[in-house]
Design a binder for this molecule. Structure first.
Ligand code: PMP
Length: 350
């Protein structure tokens, strides 16, 4: 590391993206992408945007997208913030947090970027362990803190909390921002969006990467009361005043409007998830109950590392997690039924 940069940079680990395979040769079940891709209307809208030429700057606040998202949820456009993937929306949220000295709370285990952003932006944080069945227990969050971030469903467990518990968590902390990261919410969990009107401290973050099959486009958004969204706008404007390019705006608006495509493919995926979970249990795996587009599973007698390698030899990619209680677990993204069947056949052989 060069001496010219901040010592904090030294503590950050470069993101290892996992293998980027030639899609035709490998079955890629390691990064929770959607096997069906985006709505054809989204692709058509992006082609049209290209044909119009990209000479002009895009809308500086992403207004066309904010407007359609707000309409769906009975919000105003200024209660929606859009950014380059929910990772960027989360980064701006972390930058805006008050109380850097009081810890930000999040579950252990949860999304790996949270501690990274904390280190990068100098925010104190504290991990709150999951309970014995790997569930978030909201009573454990009743402690002095600066803010809370919770993925619902949690990642990588896939376990969701019911809306009533999320509401209790948010109301338990009226003086802190509570961020609910709903990257996977569409696959069977309840969104906290309905609480926004009565909870001034709630920020809900979602993405187009999973249920809308647009991971390659990088579009995410946050919803909350005006005063929260305004803070994110200030951070964003000081960073990059054009959050979404013209292609992303056109594609995301068309994707959002194609409700029928969204619902059909979400249902297909949820059916495949239940089918895969049954298949894995038949092979002796323990599978956590998932409300996401992945399952978190372990075999009591087989090493996660060995399974990972044996699957890789059979051209199937899954993700293994390292850590105290999750050592032996694999996170398997839900593919098409045909892909899941190939995975099950390979596991039966190993
Ligand atoms: N939150 C969680 C919990 C995630 O798993 C992910 C995806 N890895 C993200 C946020 C970020 O998703 P994106 O930036 O693609 O919107």
């Amino acid at each position: 590391m060069s001496q010219f940069w901040s010592p904090i940079v030294r503590t950050l680990t470069p993101y290892v993206a996992g293998e980027q395979p030639a899609i035709s040769t490998l079955i890629k079940l390691n990064t929770n992408e959607n096997p069906y891709g985006p709505s054809p209307h989204a692709l058509a809208a992006m082609r049209e945007a290209v044909e119009d030429g990209l000479r002009l700057y895009p809308d500086p606040s992403g207004l066309p997208l904010r407007t359609v998202i707000a309409e769906t949820h009975g919000l105003e456009p200024d209660q929606v913030f859009v950014g380059n993937g929910s990772d960027e929306v989360l980064a701006h949220t972390f930058q805006a947090l008050l109380n850097h000295d009081k810890p930000l709370l999040f579950p252990d285990i949860s999304y790996s970027f949270y501690p990274t952003y904390c280190r990068l932006y100098g925010i104190a944080y504290r991990n709150v362990p999951l309970d014995e069945v790997m569930r978030v227990n909201i009573a454990d969050y009743r402690q002095d803190c600066g803010a809370i971030i919770l993925p619902n469903p949690n990642a990588p467990t896939g376990i969701a909390l019911p809306l009533g518990e999320i509401e209790t968590l948010v109301r338990d902390h009226p003086d802190q921002v509570v961020v609910i990261d709903e990257a996977y919410v569409d696959f069977g969990a309840e969104s906290a969006v309905s609480l926004i009107k009565t909870c001034p401290n709630l920020l809900v973050v979602q993405t187009f990467s999973k249920s809308r099959g647009l991971a390659g486009l990088r579009v995410g958004f946050a919803m909350g009361q005006r005063h929260l969204i305004e803070a994110l706008e200030r951070v964003k404007d000081s960073f990059n005043s054009y959050p979404l390019d013209r292609l992303a705006l056109a594609g995301a608006v068309a994707s959002w409007q194609d409700r029928d495509w969204f619902e059909r493919h979400r249902d297909l995926l949820m059916n495949s998830r239940e089918r895969l979970a049954i298949g894995l249990r038949d092979l002796g795996f323990q599978v956590l109950p998932s409300s996401a587009n992945f399952v978190f599973a372990r075999h009591p007698d087989k090493s996660g590392m060995e399974l990972l390698h044996a699957l890789r030899e059979r051209s199937i990619l899954v993700r293994r997690f390292a850590g105290e209680r999750i050592e032996n677990y694999l996170r398997i993204s839900i593919g098409t039924d045909a892909e899941c069947d190939k995975l099950l056949a390979a596991l039966a052989e190993i």
